[in-house]
Design a protein around this ligand. Structure first.
Ligand code: PLP
Length: 865
């Protein structure tokens, strides 16, 4: 026999019932026991009714119960069941509803509902739905038997609304009663979630707690010796992450029992934590699939899973669970006395509250709980022998995979990826297949996305991961910066690969910066390492935006494009002094970032006024390769060497004009930018007279759909008050300089590429294009995410693809596991937000020629300078 469990959404509605009917019919030969949940939403609605009745709200509780009754009768009437089956179901439903009505009135009269009454009331949803399911199967011509789970499943009777199964949960007598009903060709329908406890020799209905239907299915499977448990739900199986957070999450084809239990426990919504245990113990495979797409492969959970050969794919899934409370218990005796842990856990045990994660040190124990109903009593009890702090609103992010055992790559990658996310607690299960991190709830999405990007990059092993749920059409945010038709015609006329920049978008960004930054007095420069196209550099000169040059070459480009020399700030690192002196002689300004620079330049051009580039001691950025501040950075003069640098300037005859710092790139939060600004302003007090403070660039842009923008207005306002305070204290107000690159041009450009190859291999669809990591390095270099559009067929059916380039390197991947309207050879794709660090980083690796560039304004091509 097999057990098929159908969740609430798989039985609610006529179509759902029909789908269930065909699934059950296809399995009749295997003598299915069909375990059903209440119709979707009904358990919660019943809780609402009994709560309202208890609170004396007679009318509203009556109205809601009548609605529930109507919903069930309407669904029953919609099934084409034979009259006899319909009548039987109708009578049974009427009987249950009459009981519910009595209980409701009683509750309103007494005003106090015992847990037993609540359990009986709430658990009736399954009785109602299972009657309809039985009638509907009869309508499909199935031979059906119906059995009340409360006569089969025994629970302990300690907590009727969240009870634990008794030992044994299904008595031999019950097995003997069900077994004759189970026969090939017949379906036996029963309920999940409900059971009963023996109290004073009578049976009283109880509930198994949240997710209890899966638990019931698995308990029945073990008791009846099932060969398989099928959990029919509304998702395609167990996914590599929550699809709400990671739209490209992958379906996992096979999980080991251990992996699945870890995942279930730590939040994978598909399975309930306890579901698997009975099946695990009896070595019964559990299969999870989508009742809407019964032909799907789903996820199979076996005693032994598959460990991918490649250690990079050791992580199978990243689960998250919110609503966690972290409790820290510190021994008042400072060093752990023996028995300390035992006392702590005895408290949690006494209040029947399970502890999820635990981390201990000599003097303190951190742990997390999911159920905080008894928290205040627990804290009070713990306080009698320890200091206790509680943090609510926490979440667990948990990486799971059999291949994680002894895999150093995983830990290294986790810590690299999460360097910006404050992690409160880290634990590794003793099985070493689970690494759990406790973070604040608001950081969960960032953490899961970043981890998923890191561990699920590139084509994944097809024996382990399948295609995920139907890919969503890229969102409305994915509007190209310029009209689609225009981009397509440019691709035809100019050929591909082609970088396209839009001056109109660029000007809007300049205006936004001028609106928000404290530029009075001040200066806006453009870090032309982001984009050195002559037309753009020249346009910025006309707009009064100067240039920050990272090399003599960039400075020459600025001069050639019409920038006044004193509007060009050269902050070249490790440059030749002669080159810098030459630029000084042309009138450019310098930012010097080392004592060595000061000595060498001072020797050639004494008397020059220079900025000193300092390392503010903090660094930030979207990737470790773009962090330019902090102890590990090669850039700038460490603040502790500033006094020596000033002395070196005096000695070399250079005049320090002010300070400069740039802490990194792609920053989307004002906080690190402000921290750097404060460090700069603090250090500037050492200078005496400060004419300029250059706060650098680094303003990030959102690359993903829905990613928030940097709040420039708050950054600008906060910085203005810092400058006001500085001016108040020092007596003069320095000019505030800024030198953003990405913010100005990133979103103003895209890279057009043509599909040269479409290939299906190893379960993946590869879309090969006529450009590669040589032309656009960000994805390969930083794992950067760029939205990609299919301009030629935006309305084609969406599929999951790998967008790959034409360079002979396996890291030449623009997007992995991406939803894209079906791309055919010849189609034109647009890689968005490619205006910054695109062409300027391009190379002729593999001797592919450099891509072309074109600049537009108001929809017209601007002739190249
Ligand atoms: N200034 C300096 C000194 C830089 O090194 C950089 C980038 O690396 C920038 C400005 C521009 O950074 P972003 O493009 O992130 O604004």
């Amino acid at each position: 026999m097999i057990v098929c469990k159908f969740g609430g959404t798989s039985v609610a509605g006529r179509e759902a019932l029909e789908r269930m009917g065909s699934i059950v019919r296809a399995r009749l030969a295997e003598a299915p026991l069909v375990v059903v949940s209440a119709l979707a939403g009904v358990s919660d609605a019943l809780i609402g009714v009994i709560d309202a009745a208890e609170a004396g709200r007679l009318d509203s509780s009556a109205g809601e119960l009548a609605r529930i009754a109507g919903e069930h009768y309407a669904l029953l009437d919609s099934t084409p069941a034979p009259d006899a089956a319909k009548k039987m179901a109708r009578d049974a439903i009427a009987e249950t509803l009459a009981l519910l009505e009595d209980l409701r009135r009683g509750a309103a009269l007494v005003g106090d509902v015992t847990p037993w009454v609540r359990a009986r009331f709430i658990g009736s949803g399954e009785i109602l739905s299972s009657r309809i399911v039985a009638a509907s199967l009869a309508a499909e011509g199935v031979d059906v038997a119906w059995i009340d789970a409360r006569t089969l499943l025994r629970t302990e009777g300690r907590d009727p609304e969240r009870d634990a199964p008794a030992a044994p949960p299904v008595l031999a007598a019950s097995v003997a009663a069900v077994t004759p009903l189970l026969a090939p060709g017949r379906a036996v329908v029963t309920q999940g979630f409900i059971g009963s406890a023996s109290v004073e020799d009578a049976l009283r209905p109880t509930l198994l707690g949240r997710g209890g239907s899966d638990y019931s299915a698995s308990l029945f499977a073990r008791a009846l010796g099932a060969s398989r448990v099928e959990i029919w739900t509304d998702v395609d199986g167990v996914l590599s992450a929550s699809p709400r957070i990671v739209p490209g999450a992958r379906r996992i084809k096979v999980l080991s029992f251990d992996e699945a239990s870890e995942l279930a426990y730590f939040g994978a919504k598909v399975l309930h934590p306890s579901t698997l245990l009975p099946a695990v113990e009896a070595a019964i495979p559990v299969w999870v699939g989508n009742a809407r797409r019964p032909e799907g492969e789903g996820t199979t959970i076996l005693a032994e899973g598959i460990v991918p050969e490649d250690a990079r794919f050791a992580v199978k899934a990243i689960a998250d669970k919110r609503g966690i409370t972290a409790v820290q218990v510190v021994s008042t005796r400072m060093l752990m006395a023996h028995g300390f842990l035992a006392r702590i856990f005895a408290v949690f045990d006494a209040y029947r509250t399970p502890v999820d994660l635990v981390a201990t040190s000599e003097v303190s124990v951190s742990l997390t709980i999911d159920d905080d109903r008894r928290l205040s009593e627990i804290v009070e009890a713990l306080r009698s022998f320890a200091h206790v702090t509680v943090e609510r609103g926490m979440a667990v992010v948990c990486l799971v995979g059999e291949g994680m055992r002894g895999n150093a790559h995983v830990a290294a990658e986790v810590f690299r990826v999460l360097r910006h996310v404050p992690v409160r607690m880290i634990t590794q299960g003793s099985s070493a297949i689970n690494l759990s991190l406790v973070v604040k709830s608001e950081d969960v999405a960032d953490a899961v996305r970043a981890l998923h990007d890191a561990f699920f990059r590139g084509p994944l092993p097809a024996d382990v991961f399948g295609a995920p749920t139907t890919p969503a059409r890229p969102g409305s945010e994915s509007i190209p910066p310029l009209p689609r038709e225009m981009l397509l015609s440019l691709a035809d006329r100019r050929g591909t690969p082609l970088y396209v920049y839009d001056l109109t978008a660029l000007e809007a960004r300049v205006a936004a910066l001028r609106r928000h930054l404290p530029l009075d007095p001040g200066r806006l420069l453009f870090a032309c390492k982001a984009n050195a196209h002559r037309t753009i550099v020249a346009r910025l000169a006309r707009l009064g935006v100067g240039i920050e040059a990272a090399s003599p070459g960039e400075a020459l480009r600025a001069l050639e494009c019409g920038h006044a020399p004193n509007e060009v700030l050269v902050s070249a690192t490790n440059a030749r002094a002669a080159d810098l002196a030459e630029l000084v002689s042309r009138g450019c300004r310098l930012a010097l970032g080392s004592l060595s620079d000061i000595r060498r330049v001072g020797a050639l051009v004494p008397g020059t006024a220079v900025l000193l580039r300092v390392n503010p001691g903090v660094g930030e950025g979207h990737h470790r390769h773009v962090v330019t501040g902090g102890a590990q950075s090669k850039f700038g003069i460490p603040l502790e060497h500033l006094a020596a640098a000033l002395a070196a300037c005096r000695q070399a005859g250079l005049r320090p004009l002010g300070l400069h710092a740039h802490l990194g790139s792609g920053i989307l939060e004002p906080a690190p930018l402000l921290a750097s600004a404060r460090a700069l302003l603090g250090a500037a007090r050492m200078l005496g007279r400060v004419e300029v403070i250059d706060f650098g660039g680094g303003f990030g842009i959102p690359y993903r759909e829905g990613e928030p923008e940097l709040d420039l207005a708050s950054y600008g306002a906060a910085l203005r008050s810092e400058l006001d305070a500085f001016a108040g204290a020092v007596g003069t107000r320095p000019e505030a300089w800024f030198e953003p690159g990405r913010f100005l041009v990133g979103a103003a450009g895209c890279l057009l590429a043509r599909v040269t190859c479409r290939k299906e291999s190893g379960g993946h669809v590869f879309i090969g294009v006529d450009t590669g990591m040589n032309h656009f390095q960000r994805p390969a270099l930083y794992g950067a995410y760029h939205r990609i559009l299919n301009l030629s067929a935006p309305d084609a059916p969406v599929e999951w693809v790998e967008v790959v380039g034409n360079v002979c390197e396996s890291t030449d991947v623009f997007a992995s596991g991406r939803a894209l309207p079906r791309a055919e050879e010849g189609h034109v794709l647009a890689i968005l937000d490619a205006g910054a660090y695109g062409f300027t980083m391009a190379s002729v690796y593999n001797l592919w020629p450099l891509p072309a560039e074109v600049v537009l304004e108001g929809g017209e091509v601007v002739p190249d300078r």
